[in-house]
Design a protein around this ligand. Structure first.
Ligand SMILES: Cc1cc2nc3c(=O)[nH]c(=O)nc-3n(C[C@H](O)[C@H](O)[C@H](O)COP(=O)(O)OP(=O)(O)OC[C@H]3O[C@@H](n4cnc5c(N)ncnc54)[C@H](O)[C@@H]3O)c2cc1C
Length: 503
């Protein structure tokens, strides 16, 4: 099959269909495709753990931290500030979780979270203070905002974004209309009332957590078809599900805390995405304070604190750690194996995501836009970030493409490896369609990151369910965005700080 035939055909294949069943036949490719997935090791908890050698001596630590994403690393930093010794145990071979990055030679790119926006002055004081003391942000009295210190990673206005819908470019997915004006006015009426972290939101607004964003908007101003397409896209892009599933509170929060339809809001996006923060927090830890490729398989409270079972899979060993306290900052769905009693404290759904990084020789004439929103027939494809907007023009350019999958496709992610070539090919087709140029001959490498339980969906009833409140006397504290928080960096940081505070 030649490329043109493939493009014509692939337009009809959505990712969920591609992932079902066996391997699809792909053309032979001139570039390497690499898949990064913890599926096999993660699922060994479900399917049967490997029979590794058991270490009989029990290791000791003061505070064990399970999970080395943003929340786990911030927790480790905060534990140190309190004068205790942390030990981070991370399942993956690298740190960062959904904020991790990879590289092609000297060029680094995000495999998940990729941006932050300047924070208004009414956000939570303790998290702002922590980020300021960490040397990451500073207060600008003239804008009343907390901005990021490293100015070279601020994306300038004219390159911030472009949308692609039905083969056409536009500035925004939601075109100007009377209904849009009403929508902007309605969202503006909530400005200043939607702080982060979300536990700071006034209880008089909590009823908005009990209805969907769609129901709320439909009652207030009606929802036109074009508005639905745009808002569904934006909700999915940040929250993993459309406006009928996410709560009105989550939806309003999105637009009211970042009023970019009305004002210029400073956008911070390093080429390596939010692993910029991961590297920062990791650099404050000593080697012996964090370990990767260590999967925690059990956690139980005992007279001395918390006893953890750990699988060290590179060294094919199983061992135990006795900690005085534990902060569980890993994905909560695995608790049903690790601590079944506490697993009942978490009931939310999680969205699976896949990130496909296309690395090319930069011989494209087009200047890149940062976010390229794309609405195509395959509704799981969300468009891409273009590194050309993040760095000085260089020989290598990276397109970070995102797929947000429905929960029922999670089980099919096992087929990503066998279908990696065709997934890469299809993603290149979408980006070629965007540029109206076939970019395949420029591709040097494709890297695919698979995340089965990537982010909690802030659906109706999800926010404010902090598990720590239900187990006040436990030596185990929960952190992470999937503890009743929105799936955002500020929430991950705050969840960790409040978990450490309550130790
Ligand atoms: C595709 C995508 C794009 C995103 N973009 C943005 C963005 O631009 N800006 C933003 O603010 N937020 C974004 N987010 C949200 C992002 O998830 C949060 O900002 C934040 O990174 C979440 O951090 P966390 O520590 O709570 O969870 P995670 O990042 O999920 O970290 C949990 C960690 O626990 C580890 N783990 C799991 N089980 C075990 C075990 N048994 N033993 C040991 N370790 C274990 C995992 O491997 C993982 O490293 C995005 C999320 C996704 C999926």
């Amino acid at each position: 099959m030649n490329r043109r035939e493939f493009i014509l055909r692939s337009g009809l294949i959505s990712l969920p269909i591609l992932l079902t069943g066996c391997a699809w036949k792909s053309r032979s490719l001139n570039y390497k495709v690499i898949v990064d997935s913890d599926y096999t090791i993660g699922h060994s908890m479900l399917k049967g753990l490997p029979e590794y050698e058991i270490e009989h001596a029990i290791r000791d630590t003061e505070v064990a931290i399970i999970g080395g994403g943003i929340a786990g690393l911030v927790a480790a930093n905060a534990v140190k500030l309190k004068g205790f010794k942390p030990l981070v145990l991370e399942l993956s071979a690298s740190l960062g979780g959904t904020s991790s990055s990879k590289n092609y030679g000297e060029v680094y790119f995000s495999q998940g979270a990729h941006y932050e926006l300047a924070y208004p002055d009414y956000y939570g004081e303790s998290t702002l203070k922590f980020l300021e003391q960490s040397g990451l942000i500073y207060f600008q009295p003239w804008t009343k905002q907390w901005s990021f210190k490293e100015r070279k990673h601020i994306i300038t206005g004219n390159r911030k974004g472009r949308s692609f819908y039905k083969g056409m470019y536009s500035e925004e997915l939601f075109p100007p209309s009377q209904q849009k004006n009403k929508f902007i006015e309605l969202m503006a009426s909530y400005e200043g009332m939607m702080p982060m972290p979300t536990p700071k939101i006034d209880s008089s607004l909590h009823y908005l957590n009990e209805l969907s964003f769609y129901t709320f908007l439909n009652d207030e101003i009606g929802v036109s078809e074009e508005m639905k397409i745009a808002l569904d896209y934006q909700m999915k892009d940040d929250y993993g599900a459309g406006m009928e599933q996410v709560s009105a509170l989550a939806g309003i929060h999105y637009y009211a805390c970042r009023p970019y339809y009305r004002k210029v809001v400073e956008l911070f996006s390093p080429p390596e995405g939010n692993s910029y923060f991961v590297n920062h927090f990791n650099s404050k830890l000593k080697e012996e304070e964090r370990k990767t490729s260590q999967m925690v398989i059990s956690m139980e409270e005992n007279a001395r604190g918390v006893l953890l079972g750990v699988l060290d899979y590179p060294n094919k060993r199983r061992y135990q750690i006795q900690a005085n306290k534990a902060i569980y900052a890993a994905n909560k769905h695995t608790l049903r194996h690790i601590h079944p009693d506490h697993s009942k404290l978490f009931k939310h759904q999680q969205a699976p995501w896949m990130v496909v990084n296309i690395i090319i020789r930069n011989e494209l004439n087009d200047l890149g836009f940062w976010q390229n929103e794309m609405v195509v027939d395959d509704t799981t494809f969300m468009g891409f970030i273009d590194s050309d907007s993040q760095t000085e023009r260089s020989n290598i350019r990276v397109f970070t493409a995102y797929y947000c999958l429905p929960a029922e496709s999670r089980k099919d992610l096992i087929n990503v490896e066998s279908n990696a070539a065709i997934i890469a090919d299809q993603t290149i087709s979408y980006i070629s369609e965007y540029f109206h140029t076939d970019i395949e001959s420029l591709v040097l490498e494709v890297q695919i990151k698979v995340m089965g339980h990537a982010m909690p969906i802030p659906e109706v009833g999800y926010l404010f369910n902090d598990a720590n409140r239900l187990i006040p006397n436990s030596n185990i504290r929960y952190a992470g965005v999937d503890n009743g928080r929105l799936p955002l960096f500020f929430e991950a940081v705050d969840s960790a700080l409040s978990a450490v505070e309550s130790l």
